[in-house]
Design a protein around this ligand. Structure first.
Ligand code: UT7
Length: 321
């Protein structure tokens, strides 16, 4: 069975920067509170770009880094919960915009775990179907679902996109796992459009993001260590066999607590949350690209990624880059 490797990575961040200082001008908050509780200093949000635009630019960079021709791509998955339209999927529109062949292209919604879920699906599809290369993207414009008057959530979130090209190469996606625990969905959700009928033909609206931060925090600080321990155990590895850990960039305190519980030094844990905040499904993909481009990950290195998010959902991967 062929091994599936990460051939190239890319990312794209919209240019508008929103600092903690900027936020403190329209909600009751301070830079000191946000930095000490979350580690976030600034985030980027879109002005006139939508999710498909961010996905497009990150994809071009990943294709270039992989050194492939776009005609070689057999599969396109976009992980997002913030597509430009209810339908068609971002991936469908992007297939044409990138000038790809007529291939299978679809979106995946597992909220912040979307990229982790898509990685499992893409890897299995490449291994079992007549497909050789996949383009996988995590892209979000969460700013359009954000209640900018709610200080509990708006300080945490940001927009961005990250992409990878998968195919046969020198590395390997060694192992993956993903889980859902739907009974906790009430702690983090974005309400959909209300029901309509001929008698009640009200306008469509989509709700803001609602979150119980403490419950998400509790869940995440349990899910990361247990996922890392189980994927290491299943592959007969010790925590120091891993060169770099990439955890979902949702809160620096979550990342630090998980690392401490696992006995992992922080110099083996990738952090970029201070620049982007939580970019949901794009978070792991952006981090992966920045880690590669900054030389923190080299060919042959072993990395573990853990995503978590609404659902609740969580997903882990063990990758030899
Ligand atoms: O992809 C997953 C997405 N979500 C997450 O990962 C979120 C996980 N949870 C968290 O990151 C943290 O729970 C938060 C950062 C959201 C909150 O931190 P906390 O230490 O759990 O604070 P808290 O909710 O217990 O709030 C403490 C106080 C409250 O005031 P009172 O009730 O003690 O007077 C809040 O109203 O801080 C207040 N507060 C703020 N103050 C200034 C909440 N947000 C802010 C704010 N600025 N932005």
């Amino acid at each position: 069975m062929k091994k599936v490797s990460v051939l190239g990575t890319g990312s794209y961040i919209p240019s508008r920067v929103l600092t903690n200082e900027d936020l403190s001008k329209f909600i009751e908050t301070t830079d000191e509170w946000i930095v000490s509780r979350t580690g976030i200093k600034e985030r980027h949000i879109v002005e006139d770009e939508n999710t498909c635009d961010l996905a497009y630019h990150s994809a071009l960079k990943a294709i270039e880094a992989a050194g492939i021709d776009k005609d070689e791509i057999d599969l396109l998955i976009v992980a997002t919960f913030t597509g430009d339209n209810a339908f068609p999927a971002v991936a469908n529109v992007l297939q044409a915009r990138l000038g790809l062949r007529e291939i299978m292209a679809f979106d995946m919604n597992a909220e912040c775990s979307g990229f982790a879920f898509a990685l499992v699906v893409a890897e299995k599809m490449l291994r079992s179907l007549k497909m050789n290369k996949a383009l996988l993207i995590g892209a979000e414009t969460i700013s359009k679902y954000t209640d900018w008057s709610d200080r509990n959530t708006c300080v945490l979130l940001g927009d961005g996109a990250g992409a990878v090209v998968l195919g046969e190469g020198s590395g390997e996606i060694i192992d993956t796992n993903c889980y859902s625990k739907g009974d906790l969905n009430k702690y983090l959700y974005g309400a959909g459009t209300p029901l309509k009928s001929p008698e009640n033909n009200v306008g469509n609206t989509v709700g803001n993001i609602e979150m119980n931060g403490r419950e998400v925090f509790k869940f995440a600080t349990r899910a990361i260590p247990s996922s890392v321990k189980s994927i290491l155990e299943e592959n007969n590895l010790q925590s120091d066999d891993i060169d770099l850990y990439i955890f979902h960039q949702a809160n620096l305190r979550i990342i630090e607590k998980a690392a401490k519980d696992l006995g992992i030094p922080m110099d083996k844990v990738f952090v970029n949350i201070e620049k982007y905040g939580n970019t949901s499904a794009a978070s792991i993909a952006i981090a992966l690209d920045e880690a590669v481009r900054s030389g923190k990950i080299k060919r042959g290195d072993k990395i573990v990624t853990v995503a978590f998010g609404a659902g609740f959902t969580w997903g882990t991967s063990l990758i030899e880059y």
